[in-house]
Design a protein around this ligand. Sequence first.
Ligand code: UD1
Length: 433
Amino acid sequence: MERITITGGMPLQGEVCVSGSKNAALAIMAGAVLASEPVILHNLPRITDIYTMMAMLRRLGTVVEFIHPRSLLIDASRISYLEAPHNLVTRMRASFSVTGPLVARFGFARVPLPGGCDIGARPVDFHIKGLRLLGARVEMDGDFVTAEAGRLKGNTIYLDYPSAGATQHLMTAAVLAEGTTVIENAAEEPEVVDLAKFLIALGARIDGHGTRRITIEGVSRLRGGEYTIIPDRLEAGTYAIAAAMTRGSVRIVNANAEHMTPVLMKLQEAGVQVEAGETGVHVQLHSRPRAVNIKTMPHPGFPTDMQQPMTALLCVADGVSIVSETVYERRFRYVQELHRMGADIEQENRTAVVHGVERLYGATVQATDLRAGAALVIAGLGAEGDTTIEDVHHIDRGYEDLVAKLQSLGAQVVRLSDEPVASAVEEVPVCSV
Ligand code: UD1
């Protein structure tokens, strides 16, 4: 069993380098299936979700290989198989997003319904509705979705909710469609914008990315090219919150402060000193944080992925914080784990009332999903005594070399595992851009 053990109470000090964005990279890797020539992606994070997407693309007949520790070659010129493997798609929701590119370029895709972190209902109805509006015949048979089309045709697609995944997926489907597609009520997340910029670099014609209306003029093919993925605002946010939790002082190198605005503003409201510069963000706190209220929303609202890490910090804040989760109803499963560490949280449905306590205490806890794992790491870093976090494979999905990065900041943390994770096996420089 893989676990992380943290001896809490050490203030984090120094510099940490943020990796490339997981969520942008996954969408961009799926989008690379559209290109008839090789694509090189820079600033890829070395995390298990990326390895899952690599395996998935290889199974389709795509050549996928690291040509540098963080640069990935994807050559989808000879895709030979249009059915995605069940074991990979059910492991990671983002792999469903190859459906649109496959049907757009080859007229056919058969993909299992997706999996991913168990944080509540994560349907794909917007994705399917959108593909149908673009002219695909989409059938569900058991666990599989089959989509077929001649050339897709542009249309106006209204999303009932600004879903990041559906916006990205439908954007990739529409770039090779005939005519104009308009996505109304589109997601504005930085990862959506990054995907649009990548597709534009390959010859796509997209406008309005970063707003609620995205317009795509279809083109007949996408060429190859090179693209550098944005820094991971969620990883950066995790280190910012960890710095505050330990009353430390950390410079997060490569972090894009603009992408982190909601988290940095809330940290400031809690009394954290934040200095944002061109090359990163400096976060420090030397006293107890103040209680603040959080309500998760689509970007530029407070990100649901940062709800759990932020709640860990609020456990030791001075006062009562109210945390409302409006995106995923099951993103509170970690609360019971925080209780084991002495947190005082009343949680009902989508709301948690966090009564700040003076300190948390080490315990053995379970990571129930990716960001829950990050929250428990943060709690452990601030707690008195030893915390052991089990099921760390969830954390490996989204945090590159978490233990090494925390150790470099002075944390007392070790990973106890029978088998090291792939990213730890190779010598990969921690900071590359
Ligand atoms: C992405 C991120 C995830 C983040 C989430 C919200 C990736 C790989 N993951 O997930 O880290 O927490 O955005 O910022 O990029 N919905 C539907 N029908 C659909 C699609 C979504 O009802 O067809 C709902 C979901 O249940 C959820 C909301 O829309 O309540 C937002 O989901 P969405 O933005 O699509 O999340 P993901 O793209 O899956």
